[in-house]
Design a protein around this ligand. Structure first.
Ligand SMILES: Nc1ncnc2c1ncn2[C@@H]1O[C@H](COP(=O)(O)OP(=O)(O)O)[C@@H](O)[C@H]1O
Ligand SMILES: [Mg+2]
Length: 581
C-alpha cells in the first residue's frame, strides 16, 4: 500500500470524552470516528486491525472444525419470547418495531436464532457435533458505554454455538474450544490469562474468561503465581482461615462511638485494626404468591470483616438467597434491629433475622460490631459466649491480595484485566425451553447439549493498546498491526536515489508478502515519524540521501530507542529476521 492511495488522518488532540489510552490513541490515529454514544465508524486504518483480528479468529475456528454462517442483526421477537428473554432482559436489549407494529430486537447475541436453526436442521445424532459461528455486529444498549471500542453499544463479536449429543461430548467440546482460544490469544501476541468464571445458574466449572492483562482493565483477575490457579474476582474462593479461632480474651463491652457509623471510623476512634471490626449488611427476600404479590418477607443479616467486600455472586448462591434478594429498606431495618443503619449488629435484635457469617468472621475473636443503638458499638464480642455460634458460615466476600490460594499452593495475587473472550458450557438451557431436540442413537428425541463461545473482536484492539502504548502512541503486536512495516523516505520528491531505493525495497517486500506501507506523502520527517509512532506500526525503515551515499538504510522497531543502520543489500535478509521475531 502507498500512503498516497490510502487514507491517513491523525489528530494532535484527543477527544474530551476519552478517558483511557486506547480511546484517545485510536481516535488520534484516525482508526475510529465517533458517530454517537458508543457507536463508532471503523476508519480504514482501524478496519485493517479489525480484519487482522478476524482473520486469526477465522483461521483457528475453522481449524477447530467450526463452521461459519451469518445470522440477521435484526431478529423477530417471537424466538426471544420463546426463551422469555424478550421480557426478562433489561433495557440493554434494543427492541424495535417495524411498520406493522411487530416487535423485533437487534441482536446482543444469538442463542435463540442458532438454536432455532439447529432444531430445524440437525435431526439426528449422526449430524452432531456441529459448531456454528459468526463474526457479526452486535448491539447492547449498555448503561455506561465508555472507553471507545472497549464498551461500545454497537460492536463486533465472534460468537460460536456448539451442539453436541450428550453432556460428555459437550464437555469434551468445551475443552477443545478452550484450547482453540489459547491458540487464538497466543497468536494475538498479547499477555493474557484464562481465568475461571462464574457459570451462573448452569453450575459446574466450565466457564472461562480470556482476560488481556492491563492496568486499566475493568475486571479484577486473581491468580496464584505458584500454580495454574486463576479466576475472576466473582469466582475466586476465599478459604476459611487456616488457624483456629482464638479463645475470648476480653469481656464484651458497650462502647460509645458517637457519630461513627462506618467500620473505618470506629476502628480509627478506638485505635484498632479495621480487621477487628465486623460490618452488618441487611438483605431481604420476598415470597410471592401466584399472582406475583408479596406474601411474606424475610430479613437477612450478613456479617463481613470490616475490611472485606461483599461478593454478590457468592451471596446469590447462599441457600435461601439464591432465588433473588434485595437490600432491606430502612423501615425493615428499624423494625428488626431497633436501630438506624450504621450501628447494626447481631446482638439484641427486636425481630429474628437469618444470619449468615462469612468464613473469616466465623473465625474471629474479640470483635467489634454495632450495638443496635445509635452511637454505640460492642467491643470484645465472641461467638458462643455473647451470641450463639453461627449456623450458616459461607464464603460471601471478595478475595484480597495475599489470601491463600484455594489449591493450597501459595498466596493469591490480583491484577486488572479486560475480558476479551468467554467460553461457556450451556448445557440444555436453551434447547429445553425451545424444545430443540434431535434423534439420539437410542431412537428417542433428546435436547441438544450446547456451549457458547464469544470473542470481542472490536474490544480486542482496544485491549491490545491498553497493554501496549507509550507517550508517543500505540505499539501494535505484529499480528494485528494495521501495517507490519512502514518505509519512510526522506525527501523522496527531491532525490531520485531515495525514490528509487524506497520503491525497490517496497517492491521486494510486497513480493515477499510483507504487509508494507510506503509513505510517499512527502511529509517532513518529524511529522511523518510522529504519525507512524502514533499509529503504532511496529517496524520502520527510513531512507535518506545521506545514508544512501554510504549504502545505508535505518531500521527501528517501535520499541527501540535508536535506529540500527543496515546496508541496502542486507536489508531484505535483515528484515526477514526482524519480522519473524
Ligand atoms: N459493550 C461491549 N463492547 C465491546 N465488546 C463487548 C461488549 N460486551 C461484550 N463484549 C465482548 O463480547 C464478548 C462476549 O460477550 P459476553 O461474555 O456475552 O459479554 P458479558 O461478559 O459482557 O456478558 C466479551 O468477552 C467481550 O469481549
Ligand atoms: Mg462474558
Amino acid at each position: 500500500m502507498k500512503a498516497s492511495q490510502f487514507f491517513i488522518s491523525t489528530l494532535k488532540e484527543a477527544p474530551a470524552d476519552a478517558e483511557v489510552a486506547s480511546h484517545r490513541l485510536m481516535t488520534r490515529a484516525g482508526m475510529i470516528k465517533k458517530l454517537g454514544t458508543g457507536i463508532y465508524t471503523f476508519m480504514p486504518m482501524g478496519l485493517r486491525v479489525i480484519q487482522k483480528v478476524e482473520r486469526i479468529v477465522r483461521e483457528e475456528m475453522n481449524q477447530a472444525g467450526a463452521i461459519e454462517l451469518s445470522m440477521p442483526v435484526v431478529q423477530p421477537a417471537e424466538l426471544w419470547q420463546e426463551t422469555g428473554r424478550f421480557d426478562k432482559m433489561g433495557p440493554e436489549l434494543l427492541r424495535i418495531q417495524d411498520r406493522h407494529g411487530r416487535d423485533f430486537i437487534v441482536q446482543p447475541t444469538s442463542e435463540e436464532v442458532v438454536t432455532d436453526i439447529a432444531r430445524q436442521e440437525l435431526r439426528s445424532y449422526k449430524q452432531l457435533p456441529k459448531n456454528f459461528y459468526q463474526i457479526q455486529t452486535k448491539f447492547r444498549d449498555e448503561r455506561r458505554p465508555r472507553f471507545g471500542l472497549m464498551r461500545g453499544r454497537e460492536f463486533i463479536m465472534k460468537d460460536a454455538y456448539r451442539f453436541d449429543c450428550d453432556e460428555a461430548s459437550a464437555k469434551a467440546s468445551y475443552q477443545v474450544m478452550a484450547a482453540t482460544y489459547r491458540r487464538i490469544f497466543d497468536r494475538f501476541g498479547l499477555r493474557y490469562r484464562a481465568v475461571a468464571a462464574d457459570s451462573g445458574a448452569i453450575g459446574g466449572d466450565l466457564s472461562e474468561e480470556f482476560q488481556v492483562v492491563a492496568a486499566t482493565g475493568e475486571d479484577a483477575i486473581v491468580y496464584c503465581p505458584g500454580s495454574d490457579y486463576a479466576a475472576n474476582l466473582e469466582k475466586a474462593e476465599a478459604m476459611a482461615p487456616a488457624v483456629a479461632r482464638l479463645a475470648p480474651g476480653r469481656p464484651m463491652a458497650r462502647t460509645t462511638t458517637p457519630g461513627k457509623s462506618t467500620c473505618a471510623d470506629v476502628a480509627q476512634l478506638l485505635d484498632v485494626p479495621l480487621a477487628s471490626t465486623v460490618k452488618s449488611l441487611v438483605l431481604a427476600t420476598e415470597q410471592l404468591n401466584d399472582a406475583g404479590e408479596v406474601v411474606s418477607c424475610q430479613v437477612w443479616l450478613l456479617l463481613l470483616r470490616g475490611d472485606h467486600d461483599m461478593n454478590e455472586v457468592k451471596v446469590g448462591k447462599v441457600p435461601g438467597l439464591d432465588a433473588g434478594f434485595r437490600f432491606a429498606t430502612v423501615p425493615e431495618i428499624e423494625a428488626h434491629f431497633g436501630s438506624k443503619p450504621g450501628y447494626l449488629g447481631p446482638i439484641g435484635l427486636t425481630l429474628p433475622v437469618k444470619l449468615v457469617a462469612d468464613r473469616e468472621v466465623a473465625a474471629m475473636a474479640d470483635w467489634i460490631c454495632g450495638a443496635n443503638e445509635a452511637d454505640f458499638h460492642f467491643t470484645g464480642v465472641n461467638w458462643g459466649r455473647d451470641l450463639p455460634e453461627p449456623e450458616l458460615v459461607v464464603d460471601i466476600r471478595n478475595v484480597v491480595q495475599g489470601d491463600a490460594s484455594p489449591d493450597g499452593k501459595g498466596l493469591l495475587v490480583i491484577e486488572r484485566g479486560i475480558e476479551v473472550g468467554h467460553v461457556f458450557y450451556l448445557g440444555t438451557k436453551y434447547s429445553q425451553v425451545m424444545n430443540a431436540t434431535f434423534l439420539a442413537e437410542n431412537g428417542k428425541p433428546a435436547p441438544f447439549e450446547m456451549g457458547c463461545y464469544g470473542i470481542g473482536i472490536t474490544r480486542l484492539p482496544a485491549a491490545a493498546i491498553e497493554q501496549n502504548h507509550d507517550e508517543r502512541g500505540i505499539i501494535w503486536p505484529d499480528a494485528i498491526a494495521p501495517f507490519t512495516l512502514v518505509i519512510c523516505p526522506i525527501g523522496m520528491d527531491r532525490s531520485a536515489e531515495v525514490k528509487a531505493a524506497a520503491e525497490s525495497l517496497y517492491g521486494n517486500l510486497l513480493a515477499a508478502g510483507v504487509d508494507v506501507l510506503l509513505d510517499d506523502r512527502g511529509e517532513r520527517p518529524g511529522a511523518m515519524f510522529a504519525d507512524w509512532e502514533l499509529i503504532g506500526v511496529p517496524h520502520r525503515i527510513t531512507i535518506g540521501d545521506k545514508g544512501l551515499k554510504d549504502g545505508l538504510l535505518e531500521y527501528q522497531h517501535r520499541r527501540d530507542t535508536a535506529a540500527t543502520k543496515v546496508t541496502v543489500a542486507d536489508a531484505p535478509d535483515f528484515l526477514k529476521v526482524r519480522l519473524a521475531a
